[in-house]
Design a protein around this ligand. Structure first.
Ligand code: GLC
Length: 476
């Protein structure tokens, strides 16, 4: 099958969040299954020159956005048997940030139109176009719309994946002229959302297959608590909705070969993990004590990640004999809260209010536990990375967290982590206490580490699930 995978970010070229991990690893896994896979991305100026300098110029064409006649440069790069195409237009993509620009609506409408135009320009008719999140939500619509007047676009099936329903791409409806879309799409059944257009809604409505990144989240977004205003439209289209859990790239995340951690290890012998813990304590200026349970967090500091729960019980938590390392940036109030507590509990809490890939790896490898108290979590990738490094997750049982972490059962000695059900700070605290209690039982704790190190959360299974779905919709 010929598959075009479209995203606004993909590792290793450009990353702000989990979407980039998926867009950087699923296409590679599909290609390994002998499919012809291409990925299309915007050519942001922020993409590192070490990659850009290797991109090959393919050519250019134009798209019309209302009265603007816009240049679409095409660059190509091959990696891991995947063709990467980059859409060049400096007016839109030579910016300081990927998103949050005043003209995001126009920028990504341009990108969507350019992608659909690209297929014809390259004269490659894919079987599947797989779009992701709001930034590419109009692509399923354009494919349907163009196919009415142009047989090239007939029979191309579209897949749309929701990575996070919170970010929908909502813009004033006067942008319809830039999108080149007639009034027939601007209604409650289409892309209208109050007095605006909603790009994610377009993806949901016009795709042939709708997916999201875990089974549980696929259930949750049918309800208003999780649906962020789109639950009604999700329910309406639930017949084409399927949850497929994300994997992670087991080549890149591998404690045996990872050069960014200080000591390598694997499931057979993880005695070196302790030394990573000592390095981590040193890096974050915490007392070097091998016996105190160390909890790590790598997270954006936003409300959906459940940072309020931490705030609520921080004093009680700091009463325990533990250490906590938090790495990440986000909303000011959470950053300030963590700075305050790390000053107050110098010897127990270290807050790194920045993001650094290498430091994050040192946390995944050096911590004993990894805390993710998310209010909502479509899939979550950090818990998968943590388990890959033998670091035991403590999670709120929502979305992908509940699909990938099996709570420890002290009677049968089974499970892969610790969980709590309701969004309640003391329930979280109780789960943490259970975790640190098990930590004292070295034998059971080591068995738990080993179990996590032996898990397979790679793309092996899920990439096949996508392929089966692709096949089903192209035959049907
Ligand atoms: C988003 C979600 C996260 C998911 C990721 C990749 O970042 O918030 O839960 O793992 O997308 O699908």
């Amino acid at each position: 099958m010929k598959i075009f995978y479209i995203a606004a970010e993909a590792s290793p070229f450009i990353k702000t969040g989990g979407l980039a991990d998926v867009a950087g690893s699923l296409p590679k896994a599909l290609a390994k299954n002998d499919q012809e896979v291409s990925v299309v991305l915007p050519l942001y100026s922020a993409i590192d020159w070490k990659y850009r300098s290797q991109f090959e110029f393919v050519g250019y064409f134009y798209v019309d956005l209302d009265w603007r006649h816009q240049y679409v440069g095409v660059f190509k790069y091959e990696k891991d048997d995947v063709n990467y195409y980059f859409i060049d237009n400096e007016y839109y993509f030579a910016r300081n940030s990927l998103y949050g620009e005043i003209d995001d609506g126009e920028r990504f409408i341009f990108f969507n139109r350019a992608v659909v135009g690209l297929l014809k320009y390259l004269d490659i008719k894919p079987d599947i176009v797989h779009a992701n999140d709001w930034h590419t939500g109009l692509i399923p619509l354009y494919l349907k719309d163009y196919s009415k007047g142009d047989s090239f676009y007939k029979d191309i099936k579209s897949v749309y994946t929701i990575h996070n329903i919170k970010y929908q791409g909502i813009f004033k409806s006067d942008i319809l002229s830039i999108a080149g879309l007639g009034g027939q799409y601007y209604n409650e059944e289409g892309i209208k959302y109050y007095d605006c257009i909603n790009m994610m809604k377009a993806g949901i409505v016009y795709c042939d297959l709708l997916t999201t990144v875990s089974h549980t989240y696929a259930q949750e977004i049918r309800y208003s608590f999780f649906g962020q205003g789109l639950d009604g439209i999700i329910r309406k289209h639930q017949h084409k909705l399927k949850g497929i859990i994300n994997g992670i790239d087991y080549d890149i995340f591998n404690p045996k070969t990872d050069k960014t951690i200080d000591y390598n290890y694997d499931a057979k012998d993880f005695s070196q993990k302790k030394k990573n813990k000592a390095e981590l304590q040193r890096l974050f200026h915490l007392p070097e004590n091998p016996d105190v349970p160390l909890i790590g967090m790598v997270t954006r500091l936003v409300d959906l990640k459940g940072i309020d729960l931490l705030d609520y019980v921080m004093d009680e938590l700091m009463n325990e004999d533990i250490q906590l390392v938090v790495l990440g940036t986000g909303e000011n109030n959470y950053e300030d809260m963590l700075k305050y507590y790390s000053y107050r509990y110098k010897n127990k809490l270290a807050a790194g209010i920045y993001f650094d890939e290498a430091h994050s790896k040192k946390i995944y490898a050096g911590a004993d536990f990894f805390l993710m108290p998310s209010v909502a979590e479509p899939c979550g990738i950090s818990q998968l990375i943590a388990m890959r490094y033998g670091t035991i997750p403590i999670v709120r049982e929502t979305g992908g967290l509940s699909d990938t972490v099996i709570p420890y059962n002290k009677y049968t000695n089974e499970g892969t982590g610790f969980g709590f059900k309701t969004i309640n700070a003391h329930e979280m605290l109780y789960a943490i206490k259970k975790a640190i209690k098990l930590y004292q039982d070295k034998d059971s704790f080591n068995k738990l580490i080993k179990r996590d190190l032996e898990l397979d959360n790679s793309w092996n299974k899920s990439s096949i699930e996508y392929l089966e779905e692709y096949k089903r919709i192209t035959n049907g």
